[in-house]
Write a protein that binds this ligand. Structure first.
Ligand code: AMP
Length: 420
């Protein structure tokens, strides 16, 4: 029986790697501009870290985590998201003792056991940023502006920014109580999960994926009416700064995001091109998360984007840069007897930073030329048996068919000039 990639995962094939690298390059360039430093954390952590941070009642913890015991009996989980591990590392290495704010970025695979569909996988890649150590609304806006800039650098033009405030532990309880009461009056219309949510964590009623539950909960009173004065002011300041930066947004009072750790700002960027999985990225403020994970009171704000969904949306909008032009050099040889000369030239060119390939299948010259053409090499160098005594080779520019004869030493300078 042939093996297949596990359900909900996909291989990244060489043909697609340019697209991945394009997205990754834009992200890294922007992190550099915004002064975010890279952090890499393990893909698995103690299960309890995610339970503590995402919340026991979140879908991620309740239904979607890959949990396992290792051979030493430790309870571990594949990370379902990036922030918890970054917070753990921030504390473990006492980064809170450094000058604040600490600005970090990460990129890597995340794992959620969910029903796979277009734009939803069990292993997917996220790129994310976090700012620790400031409550300034300008830092919320920096995270949102970064996300907007990233999407516009990729070429997106019409993404929608939805934003909301989810309040804080002071003002949220009253909202949750009213939400619970509202849900009780509609309990027969809600799904089994939401009936439990109504009792255990009413806020999660607002991110049920079930359309009929969404329809019911649309009539509950919005959280904005419950914000305490400091949350209200924070939210107003964020919106004011967004306006000052000409970033358009829609205040979406139903937006609470799937994880319990958010306070104040919550936001998402949505694409009109994707179906139900239309969120390209999102984030928000998490002022109590560090403390909740056993550290001091350090506020934070961050966001994560999903790479596969970005690629899907770029594809739909035909935003990838035009297919690469022919490039690189193919070194074709008339006979395998020429291996010594061939290797000399091959490594001379590679040492000079050219991208070079040669034939390892003893193909005829004609077949080698065909291979070079099909694989979009810009130049072909033909090393003939007769040329050996003269110390020269033929170099053909495949774009215009021009051919010249050159000695080995002259080739690097000649190619460099041509490419320029
Ligand atoms: P979240 O923190 O759940 O909002 O995730 C942030 C981003 O990651 C989302 O906006 C998606 O782009 C992406 N994402 C989340 N879950 C998945 C998944 N199962 N498959 C693919 N991408 C995902």
């Amino acid at each position: 029986m042939a093996f297949k990639a596990p359900r909900g995962t996909r291989d990244m094939l060489p043909l697609e790697s340019d697209k991945w690298n394009f997205v990754e390059r834009k992200f890294r360039e922007l992190c550099y501009n915004y002064n975010f430093a890279e952090i890499r954390t393990p893909v698995f952590e103690e299960t309890e870290l995610f339970v503590r941070s995402a919340g026991e009642e979140s879908d991620v913890v309740k239904k979607e985590m890959y949990i396992f015991k290792d051979r030493g009996g430790r309870e571990l989980a594949l990370r379902p998201e990036g922030t918890a591990g970054v917070v753990r590392a921030y504390l473990e290495h006492s980064l809170h003792n450094n000058a604040q704010p600490v600005k970090l970025f990460y990129y890597g695979p995340m794992f959620r056991y969910d029903r796979p569909q277009a734009g939803r996988q069990r292993q997917f890649y996220q790129m994310g940023i976090e700012i620790f150590g400031t409550k300034d609304p300008a830092s919320d806006v920096e995270v949102i502006k970064f996300t907007a800039d990233f999407f516009s650098k990729l070429g997106f033009k019409d993404l929608k920014l939805h934003i909301n405030s989810v309040g804080c532990p002071e003002c949220r309880p009253l909202f949750q109580k009213d939400l619970e009461e509202f849900a009780r009056t509609k309990i027969s219309l809600l799904c089994g999960d939401c009936r439990k949510r109504a009792l255990n964590n009413p806020l999660r009623l607002l991110d049920c994926k079930n359309d009929s539950c969404r329809e019911v909960m649309k009539d509950s009173s919005p959280i904005n009416a419950y914000l305490c004065s400091s949350c209200g002011t924070h939210f107003e300041d964020v919106l004011k700064l967004l306006k000052a930066l000409n970033i358009s947004f829609y205040v979406d009072s139903g937006l609470v995001r799937g994880l319990d750790y958010y306070t104040n700002t919550a936001f998402e960027f949505l694409s009109c091109q994707l179906g139900s999985q239309n969120a390209l990225g999102g984030g928000g403020r998490y002022d109590n998360l560090v403390e909740h994970c056993g550290g001091p009171q350090v506020p934070g704000v961050g966001m994560a984007v999903g790479v596969e969904r970005i690629l899907l949306a770029l594809e739909k909008e035909e935003l990838f840069p035009v297919k690469d032009q022919p490039e690189g050099v193919f070194l074709a040889v008339e006979s395998t007897d020429l291996w010594e000369e061939r290797f000399n030239l091959l490594y001379l060119l590679r040492d000079n930073d050219f991208r070079v390939e040669t034939d390892y299948l003893n193909r005829s010259l004609k077949a080698q030329m065909k291979f070079a053409n099909r694989n979009s090499f810009r130049f072909v160098i033909i090393m003939g048996v007769e040329d050996k005594s003269k110390g020269i080779v033929k170099l053909r520019d495949m774009v215009n068919g021009e051919q010249v004869e050159l000695s080995f030493e002259k080739i690097p300078a000649f190619l460099r000039k041509k490419i320029e």
